[in-house]
Design a protein around this ligand. Sequence first.
Ligand SMILES: Cc1cc2nc3c(=O)[nH]c(=O)nc-3n(C[C@H](O)[C@H](O)[C@H](O)COP(=O)(O)OP(=O)(O)OC[C@H]3O[C@@H](n4cnc5c(N)ncnc54)[C@H](O)[C@@H]3O)c2cc1C
Length: 349
Amino acid sequence: MDFHLTHEQMMIKKMMKEFADEVVAPGATERDRNKAFPKDIFDQLGQLGILGLPFPEEYGGGGADTICFAIAVEELSRACGSTGITYSAHVSLGGAPLNLFGTEAQKREYLVPICNGDALGAFGLTEANAGSDAGGTETEARLEEGEWVINGSKCFITNASYAKVIPITAVTSRINGEKEISAIIVPADAQGFSITEPYEKMGLNASNTTELFLENVRVPEENILGKRGEGFKQFLITLDGGRIGIGAMAVGIAQAAYEDALNYAKQRTQFGRAISKFQAIQFKLADMALKIELARQMVYKAAWLKDQGKKFTKEASNVQIIRIGNLHGGLYRSHSDSWRERLYARISG
Ligand SMILES: Cc1cc2nc3c(=O)[nH]c(=O)nc-3n(C[C@H](O)[C@H](O)[C@H](O)COP(=O)(O)OP(=O)(O)OC[C@H]3O[C@@H](n4cnc5c(N)ncnc54)[C@H](O)[C@@H]3O)c2cc1C
């Protein structure tokens, strides 16, 4: 067993930590209060080459592993939960199904813009009556003269307002009462497709979460993602990877809470000393640090299993647990080449 991060993973950690501290953290509270989507941050992440981090380089991705992805989510979430969930959903829900199941043409057309930052990734599974029970999908699609005609709605969809296409699940046939569920790629500008105003949420207010309505939306037959009838399975596989992102997000937010608590405990004095000197407070802080480290290792393990091509469904389901670093501006604003080259240049410079 080797618990060390690789050189590449350490570079990602350093870069994302510094980006999070310098670019993401400063406006986080204000964005949350104003429900302001962090569009400029995503433009910068696109320029950095981070938006397609775990996808193949031939589609404009970074060719990095899932641990690098988890580290990126963790660091962004440490600075701003809304930025973390936006990034996590963009990669693991939006880009991943296209990468895993898309045809070569679909990857070229839809994955490349996700990697280079021209569009954010989104994924439409949940419906009013299909939440935990994702197979309860009621959205229907019927084939008519070489086109899918789709009717239904989706709810709680992250990034929908910033996506160019959204893969959604729909019932494409019923055989002896059994639903055949397929995934269909729907362009956000298709006639009959509408996106509501973002929800009023209790948190993650700067992230974009909306409802989708599909009224006789027509898309070409070839917009089926991968194979007809495999949509439900494809989306469950996608969710396994998505859980690694959500776990990493929780670790980042918990780390931020811990750092704030630790700093406060050092500043706050009672009875003539900082409260961090009292054992009762030390125990609390030690417990927090311990639980966060355990959670981080669980996330990394699930990510590692995924990278090894091993089963990781159980480990990804178990990571439901639980802020903020210095590369410089020039790096973030660079338009050239891949994140690796920019980072090597930065470190060697
Ligand atoms: C911020 C946010 C972003 C999201 N982004 C997306 C997205 O991009 N795309 C997308 O498709 N969806 C998205 N979702 C939806 C998310 O996947 C669903 O909220 C989730 O599947 C749960 O469904 P539900 O909210 O309908 O809860 P329900 O299924 O109604 O569950 C309610 C409660 O009942 C419990 N429960 C349900 N079934 C059982 C059972 N069999 N046994 C025991 N307890 C049970 C649940 O644990 C939960 O506590 C998002 C949700 C949120 C909050």
